[in-house]
Design a protein around this ligand. Sequence first.
Ligand code: UD1
Length: 381
Amino acid sequence: MKIVSVVGARPNFMKIAPFVKAIAAHNATGPAMPIEHILVHTGQHYDVRMSEGFFLSLGIPDPDINLEIGSGSHAEQVGQTMIAFEKVLLQEKPDWVVVVGDVNATLACSVAAKKLCVKVCHIEAGLRSGDMTMPEEVNRLVTDRLSDLLLTPDRLSGENLRREGVPEERIGFVGNIMIDTLEANRDKAASLDPAAVLADNLLSPGAACPSLSGGYALLTMHRPSNVDRPEVLGPILDFLTDEVAARMPVIWPIHPRARKMLENFGLWPKAFACPNLVLLHPIGYHEMLRLNMQATIMLTDSGGLQEECCVLGTPCLTLRWNTERPVTLKEHGGASVLVGNNVECIRAEFLAALESGRVPQRPELWDGKTAGRCVEWLVKG
Ligand code: UD1
């Protein structure tokens, strides 16, 4: 059986790493049906710190093919990826295309595959925010509508798919593949020194770092809804510098998109001048996991970090009004609270979250063995 799997952007890499290993484990058993695997990188993310660094640190083999699509508008990224990926499909003639997550590569490659009648398997199927202004929601809906095999991370996602009329035999509840990566890398992350992580990744090398011994907040922000408008980003930055950083260090590994917007809106000098706001380059997987393990609080608009906070128990303020990952919310036993991007809401929940301790939770089948179940489904399929 021949499988082409696809990655494009940073959150895909921690999802594909365990899948690649599970294929190798399957082949090592001398199976009746060995898997020939080809890994395609669309090149949506290309900086070393956004891409290659993750391949090296997570032991992902170099991609067999890199489409080198790079940055652009949504239509440019999706269109160019489809054109380039169609050529790969015509040459490789796979039995399955496996896509993960909800980035533009996920959408583009599932559409290109389906148009050539190649079967598509979506890992992390069924997540729904209900928010059609999110590019990822469009990507999820189209990908799931086209997929032949929909492998879900939790039971709520399966219910979403059934409500949309997906036949039962196409749905496989496998658990959360990103947690495979978390469990496989916990010990290595724990061995890192948080102060060294800061020192090694400072945007201004050699700048003084505040002590982390009294606790710290960890921040990530990159969603267009938070960073693309000055009237939203400005007040959030004021809150971070004037209120959060006044209480504890705030560590901010800064996404290229957020940095570009801070610069465009003239907000960069304010961020840079705040002594307790520690601005880092985008950091590696183990470095982020290490900082998350010990953070007093997480503020983020990332879906993946919401999930990692759930398993690690880090109180998490999710800077969004909705989430496609409700299983990570407090009402479902998780560590995350939706606070949107209004400073009043963020402040109220920030103060409440400081009172709550770490409460690790493990949703069903977030057991570190999801990738093996994905391969089993494909072999059956
Ligand atoms: C993409 C995904 C988003 C995911 C995020 C994680 C889509 C629609 N969005 O958003 O779901 O949460 O990745 O990071 O697929 N840039 C660089 N270097 C890079 C990559 C990007 O500098 O290696 C800059 C460019 O200026 C680019 C901007 O970041 O225009 C945005 O990158 P893009 O890939 O379009 O979207 P993300 O915001 O990263």
